[in-house]
Design a protein around this ligand. Structure first.
Ligand code: ATP
Length: 336
């Protein structure tokens, strides 16, 4: 741990955008002795993002205020857990004070649907880790940051990569990729209002026989190779048919929530495009050459729902969002 920067900046308010992620491919390649699964997945960050701000707290405890989507009890929130883990790693003696870094007041504007396969909670955790270090004007080595991230959750290390990446193991192995280059591809997200906890989907995957053949892994490895040197939006959209089936958890998600199958099929028919699934679901994705195309598709999906032409699994109409894949070079992620 080392102190950096002007001491006066130590408690500068920090604002971070915490992007959602999309799995363009997801192969389950092994089951470990601890019951977790080894994955091979190409993940990309999206423009759809939560907004996290951190400032000095009045009292001695970190606090959290959440606007937007409901995230459950504050004590279990990944933002507070990340602040605590980061403070512990920084340790005593902050700024020559002899004590730990001071308490922070966090405000989270939750714009990413929760428990949707978009890893919003993990992204918030990475943003809190990174943002707290900036607020305290302290740095940790990349290795230390990755260690904290991996302990907070499988998807957290990905968000420290700040761009497209090949993610392996249970998420701790992250290889940055150049990703999509040029104009950002549009993405339509359709998130049914069903609870699809990740552990239940993996349990269904195991119950159905576990590790499948290697075709998803082959598609995932091929995509990772292509994204290593960069793909244009048009080239990525061309591969949507292959990528839409390159997720080993699609069948398991349908086993937990059978109505997902009908929604996928009807969406594919309505939009005449391949429909993929992000992570363990339930969010379904459709790729477009641009944001405008994705917005047009979003309108078509909303109209079809209003007309009762699409199934609405669970508790009401799905959330429909048009966004883009973030391309490198990354814009400044703080919107201060
Ligand atoms: P995973 O695949 O890791 O389960 P997900 O992408 O499906 O994640 P998230 O939105 O990251 O879903 O949240 C998973 C769970 O974590 C939720 O059920 C929620 O109660 C809890 N959680 C804790 N902190 C947060 C947060 N800041 N944002 C969203 N969910 C949070």
């Amino acid at each position: 741990m080392s102190q950096v920067g002007d001491p006066i900046r130590r408690l500068t308010p920090v604002v971070r955008l915490a992007p959602a992620k999309l799995n363009l491919s997801l192969a389950v390649v092994g089951r470990r002795s601890d019951g977790l699964h080894d994955l091979h997945s190409v993940m990309v960050p999206l423009a759809l993002a939560d907004r996290l701000s951190l400032a000095a707290a009045g009292g001695s405890d970190d606090t959290l205020h959440v606007d937007g989507f409901e995230t459950g009890p504050p004590a279990a929130n990944l933002v507070l857990r990340a602040l605590a883990a980061t403070r512990e790693a920084v340790g005593a003696g902050w700024g020559g004070s002899g004590g730990p870094p001071p308490a922070l007041a966090a405000r989270l504007d939750k714009r990413i649907p929760v428990a949707a396969g978009l890893a919003g909670g993990s992204s918030d955790a990475a943003a809190a880790l990174d943002g707290a270090l900036e607020a305290w004007a302290v740095s940790l080595t990349v290795h230390e940051r990755l260690r904290i991230a991996a302990r907070l959750g499988s998807d957290v290390p990905f968000f420290l990569a700040d761009g497209a990446a090949l993610v392996e193991g249970r998420g701790e192995s992250v290889t940055p990729l150049r990703g999509v280059t040029g104009d950002p591809p549009g993405v339509l997200l359709v998130t049914p209002r069903v609870a699809l906890p990740t552990p239940r989907v993996f349990a269904a995957f195991d119950a159905a026989g576990g590790i499948a053949g290697g075709s998803t892994r082959t598609s995932s490895a091929h995509l990772a190779d292509e994204l290593r040197s960069g793909l244009s939006a048009a080239a990525l959209v061309d591969r949507a048919g292959v990528l839409a089936v390159a997720n080993d958890l699609i069948g398991a998600a349908v086993a937990v929530e059978p109505e997902l199958l009908g929604l996928r099929r009807r969406l594919a028919r309505l939009l005449r495009r391949p429909v993929g699934q992000s992570g363990s679901g339930p969010t379904l994705w459709v790729l477009y050459p641009s944001l405008v195309d994705a917005e047009t598709a979003a309108e078509a999906v909303r109209s079809a729902h209003t007309a009762g032409e699409l199934p609405a699994p669970g508790d009401g109409e799905p959330l429909v969002t048009a966004t883009t894949i973030l391309t490198r070079p990354q814009p400044d992620r703080s919107d201060r």
